[in-house]
Design a protein around this ligand. Structure first.
Ligand SMILES: Cc1cc2nc3c(=O)[nH]c(=O)nc-3n(C[C@H](O)[C@H](O)[C@H](O)COP(=O)(O)OP(=O)(O)OC[C@H]3O[C@@H](n4cnc5c(N)ncnc54)[C@H](O)[C@@H]3O)c2cc1C
Length: 411
């Protein structure tokens, strides 16, 4: 691959950047696509422990991963289909249960460890003749002339590319795609402002082993301090492991994170009303401060943002990665449309069409998540009544449930 004349450089080898590069390379064999990744230590899948960071992948995301040839690798490794989702309010009797039978499908989605998705996509990039992953390249600066980006890695610690060589090389590409996560360097270099809402909550993430099997159900209890989700995992012998995402106000999260494992597990079990029996063990805990972010614009001249670089949301509905993968699908469609019409894919009109198709949708999801968060955080009697009645009403209406499930699966 000629690194001095790439068609497309994708910055960031998270699941969104890798999926973007793979989809473009699969659909357009004439394009030369490189993914630039800052880290040299690419995540490995452990054969005997689960990665605590997981995503609940929808049917739409699975279809995209199928198209790039990564889904078979994911399924052969570890992916846990879930057939039921149970949601209930800690302060009342309202609850709702969604079942895949409601929509005559075998499951509602799959819980997959982040590492498993990233590993499968990386392997596909390695196999594609017109795609390349360049690790150890932390994009720091750039300039653009005659429609060509000149991209340089951080100069104080010039990146190691291929075999540990120090690499001062400048890469050149026509279109730049920023998939470099919430603190996107591409977004900063484009001077795109980002609206930020601090939820003053922290998501604590770990793997828990419970005394009862998870029954392929995704469980979520809404507490006043934040939602607690137990997401089923499988592939390592039993069906008693769950990935836990416990969001709580910052002060409470700090207290909980200071507890030893046994006390943390006991608190978690209580908060979860022992729905899966005893929490027998918890793995290493990770903490993520929760903020909603939305870029004011998704593109600048010759460059465009996808995934968390463009938007990040509260994990309560597990949609962040799914939204990012929908960006990938739509941007690929617009690039394909441009190529068919002999238009330059980095043309502003192409990137503006992508923005028009994605920004509104993402904004609506961000708003809905903030509204949910406020509704379930309200201790006031009226709000409690409203949400408990709402949950029970949804539960009693098969038609409404079906609509909600089908809409959620299409993201
Ligand atoms: C607690 C928690 C639970 C979640 N649960 C779910 C869920 O159930 N379902 C769901 O859909 N989503 C979920 N999400 C959201 C989901 O994890 C993210 O939306 C998704 O991982 C974002 O992927 P990304 O590829 O856009 O960004 P990232 O995964 O952040 O990848 C960005 C990559 O860019 C690289 N990079 C950064 N800067 C540079 C640079 N200058 N040069 C080169 N490379 C760079 C980074 O090293 C990284 O590899 C959750 C998030 C959290 C915090």
């Amino acid at each position: 691959m000629n690194r001095q004349r790439l068609d497309i450089a994708v910055v960031g080898a998270g699941m969104v950047g890798l999926a973007q590069a793979a989809l473009l390379a699969v659909r357009h064999p004439q394009l030369q696509v490189a993914v630039l990744e800052a880290s040299t230590e690419l995540p490995e899948v452990s054969p005997d422990t689960y990665d605590p960071r997981v995503v609940a992948l929808t049917q739409a995301s699975r279809e995209l991963l199928e198209e790039v040839g990564a889904w078979a690798l994911i399924e052969n490794n570890r992916a846990c289909p879930y057939t039921e989702m149970r949601v209930w309010d800690a302060e009342g009797t309202g609850s709702v249960c969604f079942n895949s039978r409601d929509v005559q499908l075998p499951n509602l989605g799959h819980i997959v460890e982040n590492n498993v998705v990233v590993d499968a996509l990386r392997r596909r990039i390695d196999e594609l003749p017109n795609a390349e992953l360049i690790s150890g390249f932390r994009l720091e600066s750039w300039w653009r002339d005659c429609g060509l980006w000149h991209l340089q890695p951080r100069s104080d610690r010039l990146a190691d590319v291929e075999g540990g060589e120090r690499n001062p090389e400048t890469l050149r590409a026509r279109l730049l795609i920023g998939a470099d996560g919430v603190r996107s360097r591409v977004r900063d270099l484009l001077h795109i402002r980002c609206h930020e809402t601090n939820y003053h909550q922290t998501a604590m993430v770990c793997v828990a082993r419970c005394s009862e099997p998870h029954r392929h159900t995704a469980w979520q209890r809404f507490l006043k301090e934040g939602p607690l989700a137990f997401l089923p995992l499988s592939g390592l012998g039993d069906e008693n492991h769950c990935a836990v995402v416990w969001s709580a106000d910052d002060a409470l999260a700090r207290e909980l994170l200071e507890l030893d494992d046994a006390a943390f597990a006991l608190n978690m079990e209580k908060a979860f009303e022992s729905r899966l029996g005893e929490v027998e063990a918890v793995g290493e805990r990770y903490a993520f401060p929760l903020r909603a972010r939305h870029a004011e614009s998704y593109f600048g001249p010759g460059a465009v943002l996808v995934g968390d670089a463009a938007h990040s949301i509260h994990p309560l509905a597990g949609q962040g990665a799914n939204l990012g993968l929908q960006d990938v699908r739509v941007l690929s469609e617009e690039i394909g449309r441009a190529l068919k019409r002999d238009l330059d894919p980095s043309d502003n009109s192409v990137l503006a069409r992508y923005q028009r198709r994605r920004r509104g949708d993402n904004a609506a999801t961000l708003k809905a998540m903030s509204a949910f968060k406020s509704l379930f955080g309200a201790g006031d009697l009226h709000w409690r009544w409203l949400r408990n009645t709402g949950l029970s009403m949804v539960d009693a209406s098969p038609l409404l449930k079906k609509r909600i499930i089908l809409r959620a699966m299409a993201v």
